[in-house]
Write a protein that binds this ligand. Structure first.
Ligand SMILES: *[C@@H]1O[C@H](CO)[C@@H](O)[C@H](O)[C@H]1NC(C)=O
Ligand SMILES: *[C@@H]1O[C@H](CO)[C@@H](O)[C@H](O)[C@H]1NC(C)=O
Length: 165
């Protein structure tokens, strides 16, 4: 009986390890139905940077939240981070860069597991038909204008946790 109890305690301790929870980011709440249920992934730009684009579930990137940054590990273990690129447009770019200083901070989840940020210019996530064949993730910079740009749709990004750990 005593032996059994300590095994249970051991198992309970093991599940509370500080390993960050892994999640996919999935689009929702778009007015154009074809923009819902898309999985955030990456598209190679150069060795240090990728574009944030949407693909099928099989090609989804596995993210984790660390100190207010949204990260994912490349196959070589390098921690890439989601970065809100400040530009001169309402529709601003989101990149995924490997430089630890380039990631944006201030990300968190709402109680509904929606990815939010405390950025003061924040007007929400956008999906836009990007320069490539894949729909790209952008964000609405409110300081540049109030309206959602043409060719874009407002979306939410929902965390879908991988519960296997
Ligand atoms: C979902 O979309 C509606 C209509 O565009 C919007 O009013 C609402 O704020 C969105 N929900 C969230 C949580 O963004
Ligand atoms: C939004 O636009 C402002 C003004 O140009 C800029 O300072 C800021 O970096 C942009 N991006 C974000 C995420 O605020």
């Amino acid at each position: 009986m005593k032996f059994f109890t300590s095994v249970v305690l051991l198992a309970a301790t093991a599940t509370t390890s500080p390993v960050p929870r892994i999640f996919n980011l999935v689009s929702s709440n778009a007015s154009d139905e074809s923009y819902n249920g898309l999985y955030l992934s990456t598209q190679h730009v150069d060795p240090l940077n990728s574009k944030a684009v949407f693909r099928d579930a099989a090609d989804a990137a596995e993210f984790y939240l660390l100190d207010g940054t949204v990260r994912y590990n490349a196959p070589n273990g390098a921690p890439y981070e989601l970065a809100l690129v400040s530009g001169d447009e309402v529709q601003s770019e989101v990149e995924v860069g490997v430089s630890p200083s380039s990631g944006s901070t201030g990300f968190s989840f709402t109680s509904d597991n929606i990815l939010a940020t405390d950025n003061e210019n924040w007007g929400g996530w956008l999906v836009c038909d990007g320069a490539s064949d894949l729909p790209g993730l952008y964000y609405h910079n409110k300081s540049k204008g109030g309206d959602v740009p043409d060719g874009c749709d407002s979306i939410e990004l929902d965390a879908v946790y991988k519960d296997s750990l």
